[in-house]
Write a protein that binds this ligand. Structure first.
Ligand SMILES: [Zn+2]
Length: 140
């Protein structure tokens, strides 16, 4: 299961709403204790997709590498990646699956008419053929 602390959560929601009507993306940092992941820091990253950003996001590998370094510097791990779905539900799309990595949690935030609506977290499999919903806890 994944749990997101208040400060990180507020930052993720604000980033998703500020970026609307485009998709936002970012990194989630924290500690992993067995099956429990606790996210205490969120880092906003640039959507580097060269095209319609209402429907897609792309992370620069170097941005992700830097987030990973920042996690280690703070004695934490890079737990996952978040992105938003403007005017769309928080599901895991085919594109999301294609761009996924099995060792991260993927949080999707649904933003409707500019306001946060709901969110889900997903765990993609190694074959990138399916992603199961992860037990997910976040402040309201
Ligand atoms: Zn998506």
């Amino acid at each position: 299961m994944i749990r997101i602390e208040r400060e990180a959560w507020d930052k993720m929601v604000a980033h998703a709403q500020d970026t609307y009507p485009n998709e936002c993306c970012g990194a989630m940092l924290g500690m992993i204790d067995g099956e429990r992941k606790n996210v205490s820091v969120a880092i906003e990253l640039d959507n580097a997709f060269d095209g319609g950003q209402e429907e897609r996001y792309e992370l620069r590998p170097e941005d992700l590498l830097q987030a990973d370094r920042e996690a280690r510097r703070q004695g934490m791990d890079l737990i996952g990646i978040f992105h938003s779905h403007p005017d769309c539900d928080a599901y895991f799309s085919e594109t999301d699956l294609k761009n996924s990595c099995p060792w991260y949690s993927f949080v999707v935030l649904s933003v409707k008419r500019g306001a946060f609506d709901h969110a889900n977290s997903f765990l993609p499999n190694a074959e990138q053929t399916a992603a199961e919903k992860e037990e997910f806890e976040h402040p309201s």
